[in-house]
Write a protein that binds this ligand. Structure first.
Ligand code: SF4
Length: 367
């Protein structure tokens, strides 16, 4: 299992697989590399932010592809970022503008409600323009390489999981306190000052709060890893805004097919969307996948997910999680969800782990 390490100990980094798969993240911790959002602030965007949305997206696609090369040259020490002047407009400015345009016809997630949240219309997640944070703290229970993690829990979610383990936060859009982009940046700075190895945006889910999070990066200045901890049901547009500025991805991969997802989380086309987004994340950063093993879902979910991971994104790390328990509606309406009305068995966990080993997936970097 993952081992929680003391903040002053980094024994986990003696594992060569962790070093190999999270090399850039580790280099940011050691101040040998820069978090991507800091580099994005130095990458000039020459266009006019008042252009129509399709033109801005064209410019974003063009800038994004140039940015990939820019990061590679910064990482290779061919460009000394401290000698690059701050451009009048940068790639992050463009992303913030596009995020605010998405907010006016909301399609941050693939529910694509189309609510004008700038006018406080509410979509499925019941959030308007404001973001709320229910708690923020140094988390010592995350995966070992991430600890201590500067975890920020946002209220509400774009999923409706009947077994939600955080229902008090995810089903209540009014929980917590309203946070401005500047306020969020101050929270992140405080967490980093207290020793966080990363800023970990979670919830609920961070997706409906993409506009606030991107704008907070305008105010953030610390060289600290930005980590997206999410169900990853983002729209393709949201993914393209995030991939240039997030360093590490901590996505859930819950279901191996669309039907289980529709019945248990109320979302359509899950596998198609989430596998697409895992691939986008993998091609842009370092990935630790969380797979929560569910009772009676080994054949339909666990195995197809592991087979997909082994084939498509083999150099990620997978955390096979055994802590499922029937919560929320899975507990109060057991008759409706008999398949998930119990904990996962030892035999099911053994099957999941044996399959992971058989496929050569790195799932347990620390024994
Ligand atoms: S984030 Fe998703 S669920 Fe919420 S309003 Fe936007 S599209 Fe709808």
């Amino acid at each position: 299992m993952w081992r929680v390490i003391r903040p002053d100990s980094l024994r986990v980094w003696k594992d060569p697989e962790v070093v190999r798969r999270l090399a850039r993240y580790r280099a940011i911790i050691d101040n040998e590399r820069l978090a991507k959002y800091l580099i994005a602030k130095k990458f000039a965007f020459g266009g006019d932010l008042s252009l129509p949305t399709p033109s801005l997206w064209d410019l974003h696609t063009e800038s994004s592809s140039g940015f990939e090369d820019f990061i590679a040259r910064v990482d290779a020490n061919e460009i000394d970022i401290s000698e690059v002047a701050n451009p009048p407009r940068n790639l992050l400015d463009l992303k913030i503008e596009l995020a605010n345009r998405i907010l006016a016809d909301c399609h941050f997630c693939e529910r694509r409600c189309g609510a004008d949240r700038t006018k406080d219309e509410k979509g499925w997640c019941k959030l308007g323009a404001e973001s709320r944070v229910s708690s923020a703290f140094l988390h010592t229970g995350e995966e070992a390489p991430l600890v201590p993690s500067g975890t920020i829990f946002f209220s509400s979610c774009c999923f409706g999981c009947v077994f939600c383990q955080n229902a008090d936060i995810s089903t209540n859009p009014n929980s917590g306190h309203v946070v401005s982009p500047e306020g969020l940046a101050a929270v992140a700075a405080g967490l980093h000052r207290d020793g966080a190895l990363n800023i970990n945006y979670v919830g609920g889910d961070p997706i409906p709060n993409t506009h606030t999070i991107l704008e907070s990066l305008f105010y953030q200045t610390s060289n600290v890893t930005q980590l997206w901890n999410s169900n990853l049901y983002c729209s393709e547009e949201t993914m393209s805004l995030l991939t240039d500025v997030f360093d590490v991805w901590l996505p859930d991969f819950k279901y191996g097919n669309n039907e289980c997802a529709e019945r248990l989380s109320g979302v359509k086309d899950y596998f198609d969307i989430v596998s697409r987004n895992h691939l986008l994340a993998y091609n842009s950063g370092e990935v630790i996948i969380r797979h929560l093993v569910m009772p009676n879902h080994i054949e339909c979910c666990t195995i197809p997910i592991l087979e997909w991971v082994a084939e498509k994104i083999p150099h990620c790390i997978v955390n096979i999680m055994g802590q499922y328990r029937p919560e929320h509606r899975a507990r109060s309406e057991r008759d409706k969800f008999p398949d998930i009305a119990r904990r996962v068995s030892l035999e099911e966990m053994q099957l999941a782990r044996a399959k992971t080993d058989e496929l050569g997936i790195c799932w347990r970097p620390v024994d």
